[in-house]
Design a protein around this ligand. Structure first.
Ligand SMILES: Cc1ncc(COP(=O)(O)O)c(C=O)c1O
Length: 371
């Protein structure tokens, strides 16, 4: 087996050119002596909202809690059902459980692998309170029909944008309207130097509730009107995120250019390639191909020095932890087939065109080798 020539990601290569700015940001916080709920977070929230065209942004500890707090702030809790996709990070569904509600899964669209609006509508019961689509891999879910279903049934719509910083739906940034959760886990399109998250909201009252809930439920110091939690984005992370936020758009452009190279180089080699729906400007958090012999393909790439990952090998409804909330006979054929065939290729803004062409060449060779 050869040593890895192309890693799946290389976060150090993203930090290196920003090193001086990041060092200066960290120094500023260290010198200030103020580490939680301070001026860096306030500035980051303002800049984040502005960049996404959102009314307001609230920084929290991670993407999972951004989703949980959105649900709680919008009145979703015990006894309620929330319809979501089974093809996502299990954290999406975990947030629903942690908010006290029950995740109800509906199958995905076979092209985009995002929540299928028709399947979502079929899953509605008298207990349904919310729809929670995920913009998987950075490709927007089809929001118009989901918004229409939510409107018709009186449901809350909360979007999991944890992989979709920089994506657009019908020309409008994901996050510009509605309630959208972001993760700043280091590998995301906008990543912190540790955990972080935010909620973008167009509702001032909900935003005020999230601000209270993330800080123990306090309205003012030692005045706890709600049962909140501790989910604050600290000053060091906010200061670093401010530096990186300024690059987000150019990083997303770079991801888009590299995705286009992959699509050209891999056309008609026997792989099922990802594409943008007519309504979408994808942020290409991940470049995910599909092949019926996915595991063989991953192994063939590994021996050739290309690292890949699978997002996700087990759909959430088949995860043992979720057996308590999923009826045993539950099957989602599209999501299950996808889980057995998806493979994520290396894609990050610092990759050169030549490197992507090299990987594509290795992929073509590997596909031919596994037959
Ligand atoms: C789609 C999706 N939802 C939720 C999360 C949870 O985000 P975090 O790891 O910041 O809690 C992630 C990231 O892991 C994700 O990719």
């Amino acid at each position: 087996m050869s040593a890895t020539q192309v890693p799946f990601l290389d976060l150090a290569s993203q930090i290196a050119p920003l090193r001086e700015e990041i060092d200066a940001a960290l120094r500023r916080v260290l010198d200030s002596g103020w580490f939680v709920l301070g001026p860096e977070l306030e500035a980051f929230e303002r800049e984040l909202a502005e960049r996404f065209g959102a009314r307001t942004a609230v920084g929290v500890a991670n993407g999972t809690e951004a989703l949980q707090l959105a649900l709680e702030a919008l009145g979703v809790g015990p006894g309620d059902e929330v319809i979501t996709t089974p093809l996502t990070a299990a954290f999406t569904a975990l947030a629903i459980v942690r908010a006290g509600a029950r995740p109800v899964f509906a199958d995905v669209d076979p092209r985009t692998l995002n929540l299928d609006p028709t399947a979502a509508e079929r899953a509605i019961t008298l207990r349904t309170r919310a729809l929670l689509p995920v913009h998987l891999y950075g490709h927007p879910a089809n929001l118009d029909p989901l918004r229409e279903i939510a409107r018709r049934h009186g449901l809350v719509l909360i979007e999991d944008g944890c992989q979709a910083h920089g994506a657009k739906y019908r020309g409008r940034a994901i996050g510009a309207t509605g309630a959208v959760a972001l993760s700043f886990y280091p590998t995301k399109n906008l990543g912190a130097l540790g955990d972080g998250g935010a909620l973008l909201l167009d509702d001032d009252e909900a935003a005020a509730r999230v601000r209270e809930l993330r800080n123990g439920g306090q309205r003012a110091r030692y005045e706890h009107l709600r049962l909140g939690m501790n989910s604050r984005l600290d000053e060091l992370q906010a200061a670093v995120l401010r530096v990186k936020l300024r690059r987000l758009e150019s990083w997303v452009e770079r991801r888009r250019a590299l995705a286009e190279i992959y699509r050209e180089e891999l056309a008609s080699c026997g792989l099922d390639l990802p594409e943008e729906a007519s309504y979408a400007r994808a942020a290409w958090h991940l470049f995910v191909v599909r092949h019926p012999r996915r595991d063989a393909l991953a192994a063939a790439l590994k021996v050739r020095g290309v690292e890949t990952l699978v997002h996700y090998p087990v759909p959430v409804h088949r995860q043992p932890a979720f057996a308590v909330v999923v009826p045993p006979e539950t099957r989602f054929p599209v999501a299950e087939l996808a889980a057995s065939s998806v493979l994520s290729l290396p894609l990050y803004p610092e990759m050169s065109d030549a490197r992507v062409r090299f990987v594509a060449g290795v992929v073509r060779e590997a596909v031919a080798a596994i037959g």
